[in-house]
Design a protein around this ligand. Structure first.
Ligand SMILES: *[C@@H]1O[C@H](CO)[C@@H](O)[C@H](O)[C@H]1NC(C)=O
Ligand SMILES: *[C@@H]1O[C@H](CO)[C@@H](O)[C@H](O)[C@H]1NC(C)=O
Ligand SMILES: *[C@@H]1O[C@H](CO)[C@@H](O)[C@H](O)[C@H]1NC(C)=O
Ligand SMILES: *[C@@H]1O[C@H](CO)[C@@H](O)[C@H](O)[C@H]1NC(C)=O
Ligand SMILES: *[C@@H]1O[C@H](CO)[C@@H](O)[C@H](O)[C@H]1NC(C)=O
Ligand SMILES: *[C@@H]1O[C@H](CO)[C@@H](O)[C@H](O)[C@H]1NC(C)=O
Length: 482
């Protein structure tokens, strides 16, 4: 191999690696075998209920009856009367990522009407039929389409009807009854041929719904949330792992942040049905979305200060901190512009979430004619650490301010000492934290769907990501499953 071919093949490999790796998912959803088995159990109950409401398509064909020639027959209005649906098996299928389900020994009782035509002789009546030892095996493959939708395709289906038993009534059924064995083989084949197309149509219908799902959501007027699959589903013998992009963007200025999602490995927890991993990247992309759109700022004026407060936002009141202020600008109301100087970043560390906030405060005097005269600028830096946990089906937390520093960054009113202001700022920040802790203590109810909820949920903050472990409970009150 000459050096050029070698270079080409090395760069080819590199391109392949970068294509294969792509972006690291910021969110990982894992379905464990326990979840698959629970889902299968719920699904089987649902299918059993649905099957009993199904009307099957007509079956027709021609059957040779020895020397008499052929009889055309049609079975119409076929309905399922009873269905004994044994618990199917379901497993992760690794050959082509997906699931494999098998139902063995299904038996079904159906009934309907029959019509026959033999030459010019027509006849009709009703029938009862029992199907025994019906086996259906289906493989569903999972994939990812270019837009990041989850894709399901049929990866194979096999159906076998073990035996059938037919009883005809009405018409001249006693004439046909002796030839029933000829019909049975034919009808059995016709039924077998119908099962897999029905399964495949069901998968196609599911795929149609998946294609229609959005992979981007508007969170509020400022943020959108992108949730496409970041790679193909990964399946091993005991779990399915879906990697999702999990990135917030500013609606107005959707740009990429100056940091990337770091890969992380979820701990194995086979005793839970579902696991979810959320990278600190997701939270920081939201922070970046707000910051880059210039939304991390607020204006504080005196009407927001409680009337009983000993300090007010006016130049006289602020004289106790900045002695020269009331002399330079007597009796004027003030405004404070509070903003983030730097992008606030969250760091997930084992057991704790840290946030560094580097903020600024610009103070203005409001002149009688409405003009805002700049007075001074402060830098306030503060670090927070927070614990989060799940209790009573709610996400709860507590936050602690670790440090608060306040420094004069610029002044239009000359220098002044900031110790007293720093103390005041620290007190105000502590009050805000205490109020926030009240809210965090009440907690946020975990997301829940109409027919499903998370139960037995736990949360653990790890290095760079937070892991949520949970079981699910499907609440179907309609018909006989729990
Ligand atoms: C998908 O997104 C589009 C545009 O953002 C929106 O109009 C539509 O309602 C969304 N559909 C669903 C199912 O959320
Ligand atoms: C303070 O700000 C609020 C909200 O921005 C505004 O409604 C109010 O009129 C302001 N008060 C003063 C005294 O400027
Ligand atoms: C400034 O605040 C003080 C209370 O600290 C209050 O007594 C005074 O009336 C306020 N002045 C103006 C101009 O609002
Ligand atoms: C508003 O009043 C201040 C102080 O009296 C003055 O310096 C400024 O020029 C005035 N601005 C306007 C637009 O009238
Ligand atoms: C806040 O934390 C960062 C690291 O997370 C550190 O560099 C900084 O000095 C801390 N600031 C204060 C005021 O403690
Ligand atoms: C806060 O930070 C300053 C400067 O970084 C440091 O001198 C001080 O000890 C810190 N205070 C606490 C309570 O950590």
């Amino acid at each position: 191999m000459d050096s050029r071919t070698m270079l080409l093949s090395v760069s080819g490999v590199l391109v392949l690696i970068s294509l294969a790796c792509g972006e690291s998912p910021a969110i990982q959803l894992i379905l464990n075998n326990k979840g698959l088995q629970y889902g299968k159990h719920i699904g089987a109950g649902w299918i059993q209920d649905k099957l009993e409401l199904v009307t099957l398509p007509d079956i027709s064909g021609e059957v040779g009856v020895g020397i008499f020639g052929t009889v055309s027959y049609t079975l119409t209005g076929i309905t399922i009367k009873k269905c004994d649906f044994p618990e199917p098996s379901a497993e992760f299928y690794q050959d082509a990522p997906g699931f494999k389900t098998s139902t063995m020994g299904l038996s079904v009782a159906i009934e309907g009407g029959w019509r026959t035509r033999y030459g010019i002789i027509r006849d009709h009546g009703s029938f009862q039929m029992a199907l025994f030892n019906v086996d259906v095996t289906s493989v569903v493959n999972l994939g990812k389409d270019p837009d990041g939708h989850l894709m399901v395709t049929s990866g194979g289906c096999a159906a076998r009807v073990g035996d059938i038993n037919i009883h005809l009534q009405g018409g001249a059924s006693w004439i046909i009854q002796p030839f029933l064995d000829h019909f049975k083989g034919h009808i059995r084949g016709a039924l077998e041929d119908k099962i897999c197309p029905a399964v495949e149509e069901y998968i196609l219908n599911l795929e149609y719904h998946l294609q229609a799902m959005n992979v981007s959501f508007n969170v509020n007027q400022d943020l959108t949330f992108d949730l496409p699959l970041s790679g193909s589903p990964i399946i091993d013998a005991s779990s399915l792992n879906l990697g999702l992009k999990g990135e917030f963007y500013s609606t107005k200025s959707p740009t990429e942040p100056p940091f990337k999602a770091q890969p992380f490995t979820m701990p194995e927890q086979p005793s839970y049905m579902l696991l979810m991993g959320l990278s600190e990247f997701t939270l920081n992309s939201a922070s970046y979305g707000y910051y880059s759109a210039g939304l991390l700022k607020a204006i504080i004026n005196d009407s927001m200060i409680p009337p009983r407060s000993p300090v007010h936002l006016n130049t006289s009141s602020m004289g106790q901190f900045i002695p020269q202020l009331p002399k330079l600008f007597p009796d004027l109301l003030m405004n404070l512009q509070v903003y983030a100087r730097e992008l606030p970043l969250f760091a997930f560390l084992p057991g704790v979430v840290k946030l560094g906030f580097q903020g600024g405060i610009k103070a203005f005097a409001i002149q009688a004619n409405g003009t805002q005269t700049p007075l001074f600028k402060l830098n306030v830096d503060s670090n927070f650490s927070s614990e989060v946990w799940i209790a009573d089906g709610k996400l709860k937390g507590s936050i602690k301010m670790n440090n608060f520093t306040l420094k004069l960054a610029a002044s239009e009113v000359g220098p002044f000492k900031t110790e007293k202001l720093e103390k005041l700022g620290g007190m105000v920040a502590s009050l805000a934290v205490a109020k926030l802790n009240g809210k965090l203590g009440e907690g946020v109810v975990l997301p829940r769907m109409k027919h499903a909820q998370l139960v037995n949920t736990a949360l653990k903050v790890e290095q760079g990501f937070v892991a949520v472990f949970s079981d699910a409970q499907v609440l179907l009150t309609d018909r006989g499953f729990n």
